[in-house]
Design a protein around this ligand. Structure first.
Ligand code: ZN
Length: 306
């Protein structure tokens, strides 16, 4: 238990797990790890064709890349759409709908739609949450504000409360995106208020320019703070991609790969597709002796009802 005091305000009490034994038992190998859930983050909202010619931009390209990632072993796709005029992310539901419809028809993928809008441009809440009308099984939930390079990615307490309420109402599982430790505290507070429900699913985003560093120590500290019955996944941004994936793999977490987070396959060499990144983590996971979760197995692990 921790009591946070700030000036004259005494903030409400947040309860932490007494002691997490999750990491120790994973490392001792006396616990069979869940099958690995691979999320493919297909495009994001900002990578452009000057940075890499391989980034999917149109709805058709995003659909095709998602299907290929699924065929390669991804259980979840995390989706943004791109404005055909600006090339940047857009919450325009008319662009999301055909992609969602096609993926539901042609695959059994778990769809995880973004609610981030465009980090740094900070669209109104209503617009950011518009894709929720398509009732995906999951949606991203960026659990606090942070500087991202020269941008400020704003996620006010009010936005988070509205998003949490809407997701609860529509039975959408929030993927709690954690860029820094304070964001875990915020999620636990929302849980204590009944706005987020256990088991929680965390997505640790490590290695952003001003966020938590991508180090084993940072991850372990985060794991010590989350409730024991949580599931978690990890994103290593840019060059941190592969080391963080490996860490997630051996510690019993899950992994997100994809061009949204990392456009390189190796130093100086662009990844040619999302599939190439999915295939690599599938290969490494199998060599390590951990199995890959199908979408239905991922649903079971995450407590989703299709
Ligand atoms: Zn995203």
């Amino acid at each position: 238990m921790l009591i946070l005091k700030q000036g004259i305000y005494t903030l409400s009490v947040v309860s932490f797990p007494e002691k997490s034994d999750r990491n120790e038992s994973s490392l001792k190998g006396d616990q069979k790890l869940d099958k690995l859930i691979i999320t493919a983050a297909i495009t994001g909202s900002r990578i452009n064709r000057q940075q890499t010619p391989y980034i999917p931009i149109t709805p058709e390209e995003i659909t095709r890349s998602s299907i290929e990632a699924w065929e390669a072993g991804a259980a979840i796709v995390h989706l943004h759409m791109r404005d055909p005029k600006t090339g940047l992310g857009t919450p325009d539901i008319s662009l999301f709908r055909p992609v969602v419809d096609k993926l539901r028809k042609q695959t059994d993928l778990i769809l995880n739609l973004t609610t981030s809008g465009i980090p740094g441009i900070n669209l109104p809440t209503e617009q950011r949450l518009a894709p929720m009308q398509l009732k995906p099984e999951m949606a991203s939930f960026d659990a606090g504000s942070i500087n991202l390079g020269r941008y400020v990615f704003i996620n006010t307490p009010e936005f988070l409360e509205t998003a949490a309420k809407l997701m609860k109402e529509l039975d959408i599982k929030p993927e709690l995106e954690i860029f820094d430790i304070g964001m875990i505290i915020h999620c636990l507070r929302l849980r204590d208020q009944g706005l987020l429900e256990e088991p929680l699913h965390f997505q640790f985003v490590l290695g952003t320019p001003q966020g938590s560093p991508a180090t084993p120590k940072a991850l372990i500290h985060m794991l010590d703070l989350i409730p024991k019955n949580s599931t978690w996944s990890i994103i290593g941004i840019g060059k941190n991609h592969l080391p963080m994936s490996m860490l997630g793999l051996i510690l019993g977490g899950h992994v997100r790969v994809g061009l949204e987070d990392n456009i390189y396959y190796e130093r100086g060499v662009l990844a040619k597709s999302n599939t190439q990144l999915v295939k690599r983590i599938v290969r490494i996971t199998k060599e390590y002796g951990r199995e890959i979760a199908t979408p239905d197995e991922a649903r079971e692990i995450l407590g989703l009802q299709r």
